[in-house]
Design a protein around this ligand. Structure first.
Ligand SMILES: Cc1ncc(C[n+]2csc(CCOP(=O)(O)OP(=O)(O)O)c2C)c(N)n1
Length: 583
């Protein structure tokens, strides 16, 4: 059956066809839809874990129990999961264990750029690299077979363009598999030094066997056309090479670890000139150079995404490019939505002149003008540790240090940071922005709000009780839409000695079932003071005289602007002006 699927959908389908019974992961663009799609397949269970490390550990247990299991995360998630990943390679698997890792070259929605092919030689795990959805499905199925045949976890590496673009796949049936029976096997599964030393050597043996197998069976593809130029490429870069250099011969690497050494040598021997086109790191180039195979080092960018145009230009031709900015277009920076509760919290935060250690989520947008209330953003969970680090070296300019962290991020890796501050007797104000959802990645559930990926209700974690259980004396809750009340609590807490937590709780504007009536500006009362504009709400703009205007089609009636207006110039839209019909 032919279907039009995105790469993420195809990986989910491939895992299902391969008989995987469990999918587990943590959301992260561009990987998120993989698990969401898997969750919708019959006869499977799928779970969001609080973070990627836990996800991989759950997968490890499922594999030990003999089941096939898919794990999905974005590239930075593998950093979090690296601890179990490296040792899982020593242990190997019982049921096949496949890890979908989606990289984000060009950082469309990430804090850094990483080339996950490097995990291959680093952790000694095989890597398969699809270049379209059909391969995403086929390679995922193959990955499960390789995993069980060579007793090893396998990475399927995708990138944004593979994960998010749709192409045709040939969908098959699900292979119903018998569960592999559990056997007690401590030398394999208990990684204490004496066992690990043995498994370390065994891992090298398994990778060597895989390398031999791969010479015949790896999903690499050779396409001979004009042999004056032979391009070695992989993943999405293959598509760009086909478009930019339609006559070139191509070796498309499908398994990027172990690197297909013999295939590279054979290909290089058949073409006059070899070039390598790869996105992100010099991964293939480093390995090919180590083989002693000569190639033309064409000028490719060292970071960011490739495109057909970039590839064409690297080979000296003009090359069209569909991408790139069109001159003269106004910039459209990302914005918090109208009615976003984070906005109210940041507006209130202005009043305490704090150094704010930030974290990752929609609330990172508080770093942008006009709010400009974030001084750092390192990685998920870092806000609390950074606050503590800055405080224990004597603070910063005598200013209070406040950390801001979202609910999903707090569950991901903030709790341990908070335990650390409590344990070490640290100080500072931790603000947990509890908008009842993992908003930034598209509204996934998380342990603090108690809805699972299968749509079940589960125990909602009580943040206030959790913090109290850590011995934190001051744990307060505010409604961030109520800016004055929030400001009062912030002022009190930054003056307090020691550690305190403020839970800023109001649901994400996109999950509030009923919108309130919109507001409008009474021009007679408006003094053009600009206070409401400083909220940075997309519904508020100014006219030529500097008076505020509210777009009633955008306003959701959160009333934050009403609260910051000292002149009572913002009123219910019905009473302030004729808005011409119902809204
Ligand atoms: C290690 C890692 N995993 C996943 C992500 C993707 N990611 C960025 S923010 C975020 C969650 C944000 O949710 P929350 O903390 O609740 O804040 P909100 O967006 O709801 O304001 C996720 C999953 C990431 N950046 N790093």
């Amino acid at each position: 059956m032919t279907k039009l699927l995105s790469g993420n959908e195809a990986v989910a389908r491939g895992a299902w066809e391969a008989g995987a019974v469990l999918g587990v992961g943590y959301p992260g663009t561009p990987s998120t839809e993989t698990l969401q799609n898997f969750a919708g397949m019959p006869d499977v269970r799928a779970e969001w874990a609080p973070n990627e490390k836990v996800a991989l550990e759950v997968a490890s247990g499922a594999s030990m129990a003999g089941a096939r299991v898919l794990v999905a995360m974005k590239h930075v998630g593998v950093n979090v999961a690296a601890d179990p990943l490296f040792t899982q390679a020593y242990i190997g698997v019982r049921g096949g264990l496949v890890l979908l890792v989606a990289d984000d070259p060009g950082m469309h929605s990430s804090q850094n750029e990483q080339d996950s092919r490097n995990w291959g030689p680093f952790a000694r795990v095989p890597i398969l690299e699809p270049s379209d959805s059909a391969e995403a499905l086929e390679f995922t199925k193959l990955a499960f077979d390789i995993s069980e045949q060579f007793d090893i976890p396998v990475i399927v590496r995708s990138t944004t363009r593979i994960s998010h673009s749709k192409s045709l796949v040939s969908a098959g049936e699900r292979a119903e598999r018998e569960r592999i029976p559990f056997e007690t096997d401590a030398p394999k599964w208990v990684m204490m030094p004496s066992n690990a030393r043995v498994r370390r050597l065994d891992l090298d043996r398994r990778v060597a066997e895989l390398k031999t197998w791969a010479q015949e069976h790896a999903p690499d593809r050779v396409e001979y056309r004009d042999t004056s130029l032979g391009v070695i490429t992989s993943g999405i870069a293959y598509q760009y090479v086909r478009e930019a250099l339609p006559d070139a011969s191509i070796l498309k690497v499908g398994m990027s670890f172990p690197v297909p050494e013999q295939a590279i040598r054979d290909f290089a021997a058949r073409v006059d000139r070899v070039a390598v086109v790869e996105e992100a790191d010099r991964y293939l180039r480093t390995h090919i150079a180590a083989l002693g195979v000569e190639f033309d080092d064409v000028p490719l960018p060292a970071s960011g995404e490739l495109s057909p145009g970039i590839v064409a230009r690297a080979f000296g031709s003009e090359g069209d490019t569909l991408r790139g900015s069109i001159p003269g277009l106004p910039a459209r920076p990302p914005l918090m939505c109208p009615g976003c509760p984070h906005r109210g919290l940041y507006y209130a935060l202005r009043s305490v002149n704090a150094v704010v250690t930030g974290d990752i989520g929609c609330y990172t947008l508080g770093a942008l003008p006009p709010l400009s209330q974030m001084d750092s953003c390192l990685c998920m969970g870092a806000s609390i540790g950074m606050m503590h680090g800055a405080n224990v070296v004597g603070g910063i300019e005598g200013r209070p240090i406040v950390s801001v962290i979202g609910d999903s991020t707090f569950a991901h890796s903030g709790i341990t940071g908070l335990v650390n501050v409590a344990y070490n007797g640290g100080s500072g104000v931790v603000i947990i922005l509890d908008n009842r959802i993992t908003a930034m990645t598209g509204h996934q559930g998380n342990p603090l709000m108690g809805r699972t990926l299968m749509g079940e209700h589960s125990q909602e974690i009580d943040i206030e009780k959790l913090c109290s259980a850590l011995g934190i004396e001051s744990v307060r809750t505010v409604d961030p839409h109520d800016i004055d009340a929030t400001r009062i609590v912030l002022r009190e807490e930054v003056k307090r000695e020691g550690l305190s937590v403020i839970v800023s709780r109001a649901p994400c504007a996109l999950i509030v079932p009923e919108k309130e009536d919109p507001y409008a500006v009474n021009r007679e009362m408006c003094t053009a003071c600009g206070a409401c504009i400083k909220l940075g709400c997309p519904a508020i703009s100014t006219d030529d005289d500097g008076h505020a205007e509210i777009d009633i089609t955008v306003c959701v009636g959160c009333a934050q602007c009403v609260r910051v207006c000292k002149f009572d110039a913002i009123e219910s839209s019905g009473s302030a002006c004729d808005i011409g019909g119902s809204v």
